[in-house]
Design a protein around this ligand. Sequence first.
Ligand code: APR
Length: 185
Amino acid sequence: MAEYTSNRVIGNREVFIRAHQGDITHTDTHAIVNAANESLLGGGGVDGAIHRAAGPELLEYCRGLNGCPTGQAKITPGFKLKAKWVIHTVGPIWKGGNNREHELLASCYENSMKLADTQSLESIAFPAISCGIYKFPKTEAVDIAINVSLNMLGNSDSIRRIDYVLFDEEMTDLYIEKLSLLGDP
Ligand code: APR
């Protein structure tokens, strides 16, 4: 199966970047990011998979968070997941592109990375936020995901590894193509 891995120096620090096809609930990074909705009370797609794998304690914990606005992020324990933490962020629903969708998707990556950094986490895994049920155009979403998260990585004190975990081959190929354009480290 195709995958991209690279050790690079960003902002004077050595970091590890990986993109591969898989199920994010199996990822052993310190945090995995959930593409949630504003209620934070579960749903389908990756959100449903994360809640199933984490167990009912996650939903109980999320009930105390009072939701999350689009573009923002909140952190919870991972409960039964391999990842110790889940960062829940709410991607924008695609409504044609003139409703701040690009800016809000960028905020999801920015705020998830900031949260991981303030918690001193060393590794984080992202799914393709907004690229499923929320229907964000895929190539535009991949550009935002990679540009914003790598830019934040350069400014992070703690994060040394980003895993992009993609569910299908098409998405995986788009990430690998975009990351390969970064050139050699
Ligand atoms: N691991 C990694 N990626 C996954 C997984 C998984 N287990 N399951 C689905 N995906 C992928 C999808 O294929 C898609 O590329 O995650 C990407 C995001 O898709 P969605 O989960 O549909 O998320 P999003 O488009 O942001 O829509 C959010 O879906 O169920 C809800 O509660 C959630 O209402 C919110 C909406």
